[in-house]
Structure formats: structure tokens, C-alpha cells
Design a binder for this molecule. Structure first.
Ligand SMILES: Nc1nc2c(ncn2[C@@H]2O[C@H](COP(=O)(O)OP(=O)(O)OP(=O)(O)O)[C@@H](O)[C@H]2O)c(=O)[nH]1
Ligand SMILES: [Mg+2]
Ligand SMILES: [Zn+2]
Length: 276
């Protein structure tokens, strides 16, 4: 049934559970949205963009090509930590061997932090990809996140054959300046016999991922490598940006915190609270 909202602007997010009132034989109206277990969204100073609600885990899809942004990867991981969602990094297009070797090296840092990295080739080795990912997707509602062209919809089409989601060659996508997937949608994941295994949410590729809605406390707790250091700075309200006697900065100077991660922490802390 096609359902509409009462107001002009929809407050419902993909994955919401809603109460629907029947308006006609084939139309309904969303009367209310049930309480959410979580809501994944991004924000900047001016606006918020809802991604999905009631998510069980995140799969961040990266690829050997196009080159991925570590800033965006870091932001997705911080979101997962704040919302207490498990995060898996899916590293796609390993068939592009030379590029994949270089990109894979950049991911060692994240593996070291405890995030699983699953190398796959959705197009080159579809059966092995399904075998590697299906056990992780079982019983979960999984949010697929990533930049444009990484292969999220290709992966969705592999796992949900009747999804028929549009995919596009990267060169075409970049020339048109548009993303192939233009809206967020949840799909049911079923086994060969039709039994429900879980759900997959495909999203449009993002180019920015503002986290202005998080607090500094949420940000610092979202960095696993800082966990044991918190509370050991000279000042109890240390922001870890410039204070003397900061345990985080000392650890970074000693090489225990990667400079790329410290820089991300600084960027996110400066963004904090600009959208309340
Ligand atoms: N070489 C190679 N190409 C792949 C693989 N998986 C996907 N692709 C290609 O990558 C391109 C982009 O794939 P999409 O699935 O449209 O990417 P997307 O992440 O959904 O992009 P948006 O919808 O714009 O966010 C397509 O041309 C795919 O065929 C792979 O394993 N190897
Ligand atoms: Mg897509
Ligand atoms: Zn500090």
C-alpha cells in the first residue's frame, strides 16, 4: 500500500515502524511513528538529514577504486560507536589487484582498532562474496553506507536478486555529477526457499557526513584508541585539543595514536554543537 504523511514534510525515516490509517483501498496515511531504537543521521550547521531508523549494524562499503576518503570512513565509524552499532568494513573490488593492494594497506589502521575488514569482489567473485557476507547479515538489519561508486547497489543486487537497483559505471556517474542511487530503501534478505534472513538498506553515496549533532563527550568516547586514556589528563575537562598534561596528546606524540585519527578527532570536536 502506498502511504502518505499528513504534513508537508515527512518526519518518517527509512526503517521506521509506523501506524497507518487506511485512506482508500490502496492508499494509507501515516498516523504516527513508533519509538525508534536508533536513528542514523548526519547534520551540518543548518540542517539534518535522516539516513535510517531501527538499524542493527552498519556495513561501510569501500573499494579499490574510486579512492575512498578516510575522513568519511572515520565519520561513519564514529556514528556507529555513538549509536553502539557494530560496524563492518566491506572492502570491494579486490579484482583490481594493484589498486586493491594499496587501498588495503590504508585499512590496516582500522583493523588494528578492532573493526573487521572483509575483502570482497562483488562483480569478480560473487559467490565468494555472498559466502563471506551472508553469515554477517543473518538476523540483522544492515545499513549499507559509503561514497558513490563503491558498489553498494551492486552488492544489494547480488544478495537481493529481485531488488533490481540501478548501478552505473563510475565514469558515467562522475560525468553526470549525480549519484546512481537517489533514495534510501530497505530490502528484505531471503534464502533460496524464501525464508527471511534479515534486511539490507541501500543508501545514496555520500560526499559529506557532518556530525555537528554529537557532543564532545560522545566524540571522545567514539575513539576506541582513546578509551583507556580518558580521565588521565591533567584537567578533568580536558578537550584534548591543546591543554598541557593531556594524556591523549602525549600518547599521540609517542605514536600510540595515529595522526590521521587525531586529526579526525580534532575536526569533529571543532564541529560539535554547531547543530543542537
Ligand atoms: N571491478 C569491479 N567493479 C565493481 C565491483 N562491484 C561493483 N563494481 C562497479 O562499480 C560501479 C559502481 O557500482 P554501484 O553499485 O552503482 O555503486 P554505489 O555504491 O551503489 O553508488 P551510488 O549509488 O552512487 O552511491 C559499477 O560500475 C559496478 O559494476 C567489483 O567487485 N569489481
Ligand atoms: Mg547505489
Ligand atoms: Zn586531554
Amino acid at each position: 500500500m502506498v502511504c502518505f504523511t499528513r504534513g508537508k514534510k515527512s518526519e518518517a525515516a527509512c526503517g521506521d515502524r509506523v501506524i497507518v490509517e487506511t485512506a482508500s483501498a490502496d492508499q494509507g496515511v501515516i498516523a504516527s511513528i513508533l519509538e525508534r531504537t536508533n536513528l542514523v543521521y548526519r547534520s551540518d550547521e543548518w540542517r539534518r538529514k535522516m539516513l535510517a531508523a531501527n538499524v542493527g549494524q552498519m556495513m561501510i562499503v569501500l573499494a579499490a577504486e574510486p579512492s575512498f576518503s578516510e575522513d568519511l570512513l572515520g565519520r561513519a565509524l564514529v556514528t556507529a560507536e555513538v549509536l553502539e552499532l557494530p560496524a563492518v568494513i566491506v572492502f570491494n573490488k579486490t579484482d583490481l589487484t594493484a589498486l586493491a593492494t594499496v587501498a588495503r594497506e590504508r585499512l590496516r589502521l582500522y583493523e588494528g582498532l578492532g573493526y573487521p575488514v572483509v575483502p570482497v569482489s562483488v562483480r569478480g567473485a560473487p559467490e565468494a562474496t555472498s559466502a563471506a557476507l551472508l553469515p554477517l547479515l543473518h538476523g540483522q538489519t544492515t545499513l549499507l553506507l559509503g561514497q558513490s561508486g563503491m558498489g553498494k547497489s551492486t552488492l544489494l543486487n547480488l544478495l537481493v536478486p529481485d531488488a533490481d537497483a540501478a548501478t552505473r559505471e563510475i565514469s558515467q556517474a562522475l560525468q553526470s555529477g549525480k549519484h546512481t542511487t537517489t533514495f534510501t530503501r530497505q530490502y528484505e534478505l531471503r534464502d533460496a526457499a524464501g525464508a527471511k534472513l534479515g534486511a539490507l538498506i541501500d543508501t545514496p553515496g555520500f560526499q559529506e557526513f557532518g556530525l555537528a549533532h554529537f557532543t564532545p563527550g560522545q566524540i571522545e568516547r567514539a575513539f576506541p584508541e582513546m578509551g583507556e586514556l580518558l580521565g588521565h589528563c591533567r584537567f578533568y575537562n580536558c578537550t584534548h585539543l591543546a591543554e598541557p598534561g593531556c594524556a591523549v596528546r602525549t600518547a599521540a606524540q609517542q605514536g600510540a595514536i595515529n595522526p590521521r585519527r587525531l586529526e579526525l578527532f580534532e575536526r569533529l570536536t571543532r564541529e560539535c554543537g554547531t547543530n543542537k
